[in-house]
Design a protein around this ligand. Sequence first.
Ligand code: PMP
Length: 359
Amino acid sequence: ATKTKVHNYSAGPCILPREVFEKAAQAVLDFEGSGLSILEISHRSKPFEAVMAKAQSLVKELLGAPDNYQVVFLGGGASLGFHMVPLNYMKLGGKSAYANTGEWATRAVKESKLVGDTIVVASSEDKNFSYIPKGYAIPSDADYFHFTSNNTIFGTQYRQLPKSPVPLICDMSSDIFSRPVNVADFALIYGGAQKNMGPAGATMYLFDPERLGHTGRKLSPMLDLKNHGAKESMYNTPPVFAVYVSMLTMEWMKSVGGVVEMERRNAAKAKLLYDAIDRLPLFKGTTAAEDRSVMNATFVMSDAALEPAFDVMWKEAGISGIRGHRSVGGYRASMYNALPIDSVQVLVDVMEEFAKKHG
Ligand code: PMP
């Protein structure tokens, strides 16, 4: 027997829609009535080629990407993306510009420095990454400007995406498909699948191929985005199962109303939780209010000594995964696309009840 319902606030890998789990489980046993498991078919088989093509076109359709943009799904995580970005976009002898808004942005900067001249044009490190920097200048001679749209660990998010005189590149790992974006503004959007897109194991790159191949740098084909694009994401064996489950997740998104509906749901969930954080003096948000993430809400207790008692209560309510990242402490409630608002209500009810007892 399954235990009582778990309200999964994990920061990623994270909750996916129930129907996606069911379809994925079925495909492991018998993929589309073929008598074969999705795990045992060739990535070069017609049925899998159709899955790949569908996954690629769903990314573009959901985000409204221009026709000429390409989509590939690679291994290595967004962390390998941190290195592939400068390799593919920084000219030999050129330079890159970065905004440093958190742990993942810091890692992206480090990888760019390994490749060439890297300028950090804005940073919120002075206040433990609790806000999104504003009003900075991006040098017009940089080869690109890189930013992290949502800072998973610190719980901040660009509510307004930056404008840039140079090609924009965005690590959208933790808020892709959470709202509409104008893809034509970006040379590249990339991210690990394991939040809103699907399970861990695939990293998605959505890019304008015209912007590739201009660095003067010779690259290994495995690190060359242009090569992966030209080979339809089949230069080598792609992460078959992760691509399949991502495709199912994107089909689910489309069926319920796409990114416009995701944005509406996410805004409602975030409002419910942040209103409780602001209403109850026992809890305090850790980020600048105008930069709060709708995906990852970070908060602490005004009296840390009460944490153990609070922990007992939310665990009893079936809540899982809200302990904060070690660099922030306190709590982080990740409310990705598939988390139902009912789960947020359960957390808010626990907070209210706790405040009544201890407030
Ligand atoms: N960027 C962001 C915004 C992330 O949240 C994460 C992981 N949580 C990463 C990059 C790193 O992704 P991966 O583990 O897939 O390398």
